[in-house]
Ligand binder design. Structure first.
Ligand code: AKG
Length: 267
């Protein structure tokens, strides 16, 4: 499939200068509904996840007995991850979505691989935010070409646990990632403490819109403080297919070729 030019020069310039870009209408609302319904089917057992994938409940809901593997309840989902893009047909379709592939072609280049997929939910009035971190601390390639596509599957804002980024931090080194200051965030996350002193920008997104940002960009999500709004997102990580994979070699393949071609010895 040939790429379609979808970004203006101003958008590309914004991405290069500030390290993030919000693009509207990446998925349609109906596509978000399909993805959200599919995630419910996964956690209620109607659909079996491909081997190597799993899902987790919101820690507070699990700790207080509201949900368990024996008593599943999609209201309390925390995350489905991390490799659904390689095998599951629906999650794979949305990882290869033409709109995402067109945008990545302009931001990264013609040869693109998807290396990680996560469907992240923040239950209303409970979901715990993820503190400041850099994705390239976890997903390492040489050169570091990592880029995230964070697609909102609900209307997302500061109240229901939206994403915040630190403009300009895309050029930072990888910072130390330590135990989070907030104990409630320690079950799953690590934190770059120094990022708390930086100026951040909230990414308020309509359902189906996305924010793209490189692997070194400092970002965090807030707690979901809304009484009645869930916050779901499909969070995807891509790299330039020329990059070498510096993580666990067992996790090297299969990465998913989204556009273009692959290269020997690379991801
Ligand atoms: O969706 C969220 O709450 C945060 C996700 C995130 O920052 C990440 O996966 O790197």
């Amino acid at each position: 499939m040939n790429a379609v030019k979808t970004l203006s020069n101003d958008q590309i310039q914004h991405f290069r200068q500030h390290g993030f870009l919000i693009v509207e209408n990446v998925y349609t609302p109906e596509e978000c509904d399909e993805l959200n319904a599919y995630a419910v089917d996964v956690v209620t057992g109607k659909v079996k996840l491909a081997p190597g994938n799993a899902y987790w409940w919101e820690p507070q809901a699990e700790q207080t007995g509201l949900v368990s593997q024996a008593n599943p309840d999609p209201k309390y989902l925390f995350k489905i991850g991390h490799g659904m893009h390689t095998a599951d047909p629906v999650f794979r379709y949305y990882a290869m979505h033409d709109r995402i592939a067109d945008i990545l072609t302009e931001l990264v280049g013609p040869d693109i691989k998807c290396v990680q997929s996560m469907y992240i939910d923040k239950p209303k009035n409970m979901g715990i935010g993820q503190p400041y971190h850099q994705d390239s601390h976890y997903l390492k390639t040489n050169p570091d070409s990592l880029i995230a596509a964070w697609v909102a599957c609900d209307d997302v804002d500061v109240e229901n646990g939206g994403l915040h980024v630190v403009p300009g931090s895309q050029n930072d080194p990888i910072h130390p990632h330590e135990a989070p200051i907030d104990p409630a965030q320690r079950v799953h996350f690590q934190e770059v403490h120094s990022a708390r002193e930086r100026t951040e920008v909230p990414c308020n997104l309509k359902k189906g819109s996305a924010v793209f940002f490189p692997g070194r960009q400092l970002h965090r999500s807030g707690n979901n403080k809304s009484a009645d709004r869930q916050r779901r997102a499909y969070v995807l990580h891509y790299v330039d297919a020329h990059s070498r994979w510096l993580n666990d070699p067992k996790a090297r393949n299969p990465h998913l070729l989204v556009r273009g071609r692959q290269y020997p010895g690379c991801v």
